[in-house]
Design a protein around this ligand. Structure first.
Ligand SMILES: Cc1cc2nc3c(=O)[nH]c(=O)nc-3n(C[C@H](O)[C@H](O)[C@H](O)COP(=O)(O)OP(=O)(O)OC[C@H]3O[C@@H](n4cnc5c(N)ncnc54)[C@H](O)[C@@H]3O)c2cc1C
Length: 238
């Protein structure tokens, strides 16, 4: 199984407690939008019981120049090493994996119901679909506490401007009144129906912390959606 040594190009804060890391794309590195890689630190100066490896979805689409990962920061040794990593440091990327990727049947809309950092694979899918001018209808319900907690809002607004088939619905659960005039509160069946006319038609994509993914799956099943039409990516560790 191929392993790629990948060099850190740049890191930046992109939302509250959230950082993005840009990596040089190695020769022969190919993936499908929505896939993830195992990232392993090489000789880190500290480690803990959780080890030196984490799975990260690839934020950038295949057509984009470099490889990007993004994560909520924590006190784990892995994340502290990542946060302080000098540009030019190499880490190991495993082969890209996963079937949390856009379906082929363009007659079926894609509805993404996403919590926080779970947006990473979805930004990639929407970027690639917009770039390729795919005819898929796509609706994104994107939940965060406040706008300051929400990564990639500008990118997503840009895709909505560019792509007539893409509807972006940001949802804030804790924004103060006056600070936010979009959808607010937890995503539920009522909110879904406001944006999806026939809930039984689309393929659903759920990504984020496991609790949220479980809640959203239950909400869809209770709304009559068949399990076969629900794809999930659970970000273990949150
Ligand atoms: C397919 C996939 C894609 C993913 N993509 C992303 C992504 O794009 N971005 C992203 O941020 N994350 C992603 N994740 C999750 C990521 O791999 C990490 O699990 C997550 O970021 C948490 O890592 P951490 O270092 O902060 O916490 P960890 O150190 O891994 O700890 C995770 C949890 O376990 C607890 N814990 C720590 N040590 C112990 C212990 N010894 N015993 C018991 N509990 C302990 C912690 O309190 C914490 O709640 C993905 C996961 C999967 C499976």
């Amino acid at each position: 199984m191929p392993t790629y040594y990948v060099k850190l190009l740049k890191k930046q804060k992109i939302a509250n407690d959230t950082m993005a890391f840009h990596w040089e794309k190695p020769e022969g590195f190919e993936f499908i939008a929505g896939q993830y890689c195992k990232v392993t630190l090489v000789d880190p100066h500290k480690t803990d019981d959780q080890g030196n490896e984490r799975a990260f979805s690839l934020v950038h689409a295949p057509y984009e120049k470099d490889v990007e990962t993004a994560t909520r920061m924590s006190d784990s040794a892995f994340k502290q090493v990542l946060k302080n990593m000098p540009e030019g440091t190499e880490v190991k990327f495993g082969e890209p994996h996963g079937d949390f990727t856009l379906h082929q049947d363009e007659a079926k809309p894609a509805v993404f119901i996403i919590g926080g950092i779970g947006i990473t694979p979805v930004r990639s899918m929407i970027a690639q679909a917009t770039h390729d001018q795919l005819p898929h209808k796509m609706i994104l319900l994107y939940s965060n506490n406040t706008p300051a907690d929400a990564p990639f809002m500008d990118d997503l607004r840009g895709y909505a401007d560019e792509n007539p088939h893409f509807t972006f619905v940001p949802v804030m659960t804790e924004a103060k009144s006056g600070e936010w005039n979009g959808e607010s509160g937890l995503i539920d069946a009522e909110m879904l129906k406001r944006h999806v006319s026939d809930v039984n038609v689309p393929i659903y994509y759920l990504s984020g912390p496991p609790d949220m993914v479980q809640d959203m799956r239950q909400m869809l099943v209770d709304s009559g959606v068949h399990e076969d039409y629900i794809k999930t990516e659970e970000f273990s560790g949150y």
